[in-house]
Design a protein around this ligand. Structure first.
Ligand code: ADE
Length: 318
């Protein structure tokens, strides 16, 4: 049976050992009580598979991070932070739930709730782009998830369409905190997917939670336009576009023809190159609020209603 998360350690070195002491599971993909159904995805250090618990018929997504791989890629600190985040932030409606965590001789294993509707990348494949109403719905849920992480001192640093799962009713679940950081420490390194990188990350500056609001702007543009705001097959060209603004996203016409002025204003404020002026910084709307409160105070979210949830359900495949 799947047990509640057992990891309670605070230091990087002891987190994994602590898990090891709590529970050992020798056959990595072969949870004795579950049938392996299919492969779901591959990350930098983790492989995710779908399993079904025999006794209950419940599906779980099992993320297996090989210790060898974690070691070879020097990801010990990232895995430790991921475990810490799922422990501290898991109880949120728009963040994927972790049912259990343990370590075998070969791997760290996270047993996650199975989110059945695929990810936002699949959604874009099916629909090419989404309506402004659907966008509003997704952004509210993602903003609340990011605000929850930020309030607990973490920065996601890897928000992208592939890391947003959609459940059977069309609601989102943010997943994969393998690149997350602590806001207070300030992060320096470039990590994550090129098209989502904030300018301050590319400039090598100390950065924090505002990079997530930039990434939300990239994701929002991508959902609405069907193409990312800064795109080239050449990563250096992408970085140049993000940094110097030589190639501004097409705010008018093109793929954003259907966007309202209010929606374009939201995208522009999220994709503000100066982090201290970006929406979420506390300096964008001229009101004494910051982070998620400032983002959701933007007029684009003025008439958020429960009805939007029903419309998003219509986009859900299940
Ligand atoms: N892919 C990665 N994590 C997943 C999850 N929890 N549910 C479904 N697919 C996934």
């Amino acid at each position: 049976p799947v047990a509640a998360p057992t990891h309670t350690s605070d230091t990087p070195s002891s987190a994994l050992t602590h898990l090891a002491g709590k529970r050992r599971q020798e056959a990595i993909f072969n949870l004795p009580s579950c049938d392996l159904i299919r492969f779901l995805g591959q990350g930098m250090v983790g492989t995710v598979v779908l399993v079904r618990e025999r006794a209950t018929g419940t599906f779980y997504a099992v993320k297996v991070m090989s210790l060898q791989n974690v070691h070879d890629r020097e990801q010990e600190r990232n895995v430790q932070l991921e475990l810490e985040i799922v422990r501290n932030c898991g109880a949120h409606p728009f963040i994927v739930k972790v049912e259990a965590g343990y370590q075998t001789r070969e791997a760290v294993v996270l047993v996650l709730e199975y989110v059945s509707g695929g990810d936002m990348y699949n959604l874009l494949e099916r629909h090419r782009c989404v309506s402004e109403d659907a966008l509003r719905f997704y952004l509210v849920e993602l903003a609340l998830a990011l605000g929850h992480l930020h309030a607990r001192g973490y920065v996601c640093r890897d928000l992208k369409v592939e890391n947003v799962l959609i459940d059977g009713k069309g609601h989102v679940r943010l997943t994969d905190f393998g690149l997350a950081g602590r806001d207070a420490d300030g992060c320096f390194d470039r990590s994550g997917t090129p098209i989502y990188q904030a300018p301050e990350v590319l400039r090598g500056e100390r950065h924090g939670r505002l990079v997530d609001w930039w990434a939300l702007g990239v994701l929002a543009y991508f959902l609405l336009a069907g193409t990312p705001p800064f795109y080239s097959p050449n990563d250096d060209e992408v970085y140049r576009m993000i940094l110097d603004g030589a190639c501004e996203p097409k705010w008018q016409g093109g793929n954003l023809t259907h966007a309202s002025a209010c929606c374009r204003d939201l995208l522009r404020r999220l994709l503000e190159r100066h982090p201290h002026l970006r929406l979420g910084s506390g300096n964008s709307l001229g009101r004494p609020i910051a982070d998620v409160d400032e983002v959701l105070a933007h007029p684009f979210f003025a008439d958020v209603s429960a009805e939007m949830g029903e419309r998003a359900e219509a986009l859900s495949p299940t």
